[in-house]
Ligand binder design. Structure first.
Ligand SMILES: Nc1ncnc2c1ncn2[C@@H]1O[C@H](COP(=O)(O)OP(=O)(O)OP(=O)(O)O)[C@@H](O)[C@H]1O
Length: 391
């Protein structure tokens, strides 16, 4: 087989250019930018031989990358046949790639520090079961659907429900992320890059076997830190963190690791729930974070006769926002009031977020409205409190 130049000057180069359209589905960058394309040769009959180098043995994306390379090569004018030679990167090549993806950042650095342009929202609640994870999952998907690059960290160690809510489940277990060296590639669901503690524990996502994740503070801190340092999210517009309910170790860790994160507090309309939720807002403040707003969930369910069933009472969201505003320069707003919705619950059970499957459902519409509001905030440091604490 002759070199490209001998047969058709530039055909190999045109193939290489065409391969820039092939995107690694996990890293989400063109394979040509990831040094995954090796030698390309073409003989004088137009038969092309393309070598690709996968990041790891058994790469789950191998089949789709090989197919896309074959298609892009075959579609290049002048090519009559295609052979793809699939190889695996050497350790040195893999290391060079992970270093480049980190952008020179040290392996232990957190890319979402105060200087980053990524908006970080930590979603918290006073008590469990108020729908924090359901709202967070739908919000992440809605933000991604609006064109933003979105990451979601499920730090709810005691009830990691995000993989199930987003359909990242295989054989009853959360999908395992691919690891390239010490870099973890987050699985992508509905456009959102997701990492969850559930992906590292063999526990069913439907909760049939309760796994007591009796993690102690320091171990939790290290795990969250690892999620923020070793998971390759790339450049994000928004990072959402689903925190466990209450005011525990994880909230304090997030306060230390991401002091510029803004907090969204989820509560039900029940006045007692709002009182408990206030404490998580206060802890966030004590760790230097700003409360961006309150999301009320499980608000009134519209009935066929036009009346509204206030299953969990009413006014909790407003009351919480008012309490969290006391002593603040700017009032803490009630950002959204998401009604009770059977389709929202069913969508969560099925791993199909309702903001995609039925955007007209009133709960979906409210979450989409909230996403629109958050997406309209400028990406950047403007209006953001920097990590300088005076207390
Ligand atoms: N607006 C709503 N209408 C109807 N059902 C809802 C709504 N929001 C959440 N749910 C349902 O309530 C249950 C609890 O929701 P979810 O797991 O999201 O709560 P959570 O606050 O994240 O709980 P935890 O933090 O304890 O894991 C789920 O079955 C979910 O489908």
């Amino acid at each position: 087989m002759a070199d490209a130049g001998a047969a058709d000057t530039g055909l190999a180069e045109r193939i290489r250019t065409a391969l820039a359209r092939v995107i690694d589905p996990e890293i989400r960058k063109p394979i040509t930018e990831l040094d995954m394309v090796g030698p390309i040769t073409v003989d004088d009959t137009g038969a092309a031989d393309v070598t690709i180098k996968l990041t790891i043995v058994g790469c789950p994306a191998a089949a789709s990358i090989e197919r896309d390379v074959r298609e892009a090569t075959a579609a290049t004018p002048g090519v009559t046949s295609v052979a793809v030679d699939v190889q695996v990167m050497s350790t040195a090549e893999r290391q060079a790639l992970t270093e480049r993806l980190r952008g020179g950042r040290s392996a232990r650095g957190i890319p979402f520090g105060p200087e980053s342009l990524t908006r970080v929202y930590a979603v918290t609640s006073g008590k469990g079961g108020v729908g924090k994870s359901t709202v967070t999952a739908n919000l992440a998907v809605a933000l991604a659907a609006s064109g933003l690059r979105v990451g979601l960290v499920d730090a709810d160690v005691h009830g990691f429900s995000i993989p199930g809510l987003l359909g990242l489940v295989e054989d009853g277990l959360a999908v395992k992320p691919t690891q390239v060296g010490d870099m973890i590639l987050p699985p992508v669901a509905h456009g959102v890059k997701v990492v969850s503690i559930g992906m590292f524990i063999d526990a069913p996502t439907d909760g049939t076997t309760a796994v007591a994740v009796a993690w102690r503070g320091p171990m939790l801190h290290r795990t969250i830190q690892q999620f923020l340092t070793d998971v390759f999210f790339g450049d994000l517009d928004v990072l959402l963190l689903d925190l466990p309910p209450g005011t525990g170790d994880v909230a304090i860790s997030i306060g230390q690791l991401l002091p510029h994160a803004e907090v969204l507090v989820v509560t039900t309309p029940q006045p007692a729930a709002a009182e408990v939720a206030e404490r998580s807002g206060v802890v966030a403040r004590q760790t230097g974070q700003r409360v961006h707003g309150v999301i009320e969930n499980m608000a009134g369910l519209p009935q066929p006769d036009g009346s509204v069933l206030q299953l969990f009472g009413s006014g909790g969201g407003e009351a919480l926002a008012a309490r969290l505003s006391i002593g603040q320069d700017a009032p803490v707003p009630l950002l959204a009031s998401v009604p009770l919705s059977v389709p929202l619950r069913e969508g969560g059970d099925a791993g199909l977020p309702i903001v995609l499957s039925d955007p007209t459902d009133p709960a979906a519409a409210e979450i989409l409205r909230l996403a629109g509001q958050l997406a309209a905030r400028p990406r950047g440091l403007a209006g953001r409190r920097l990590g300088v604490s005076t207390n």
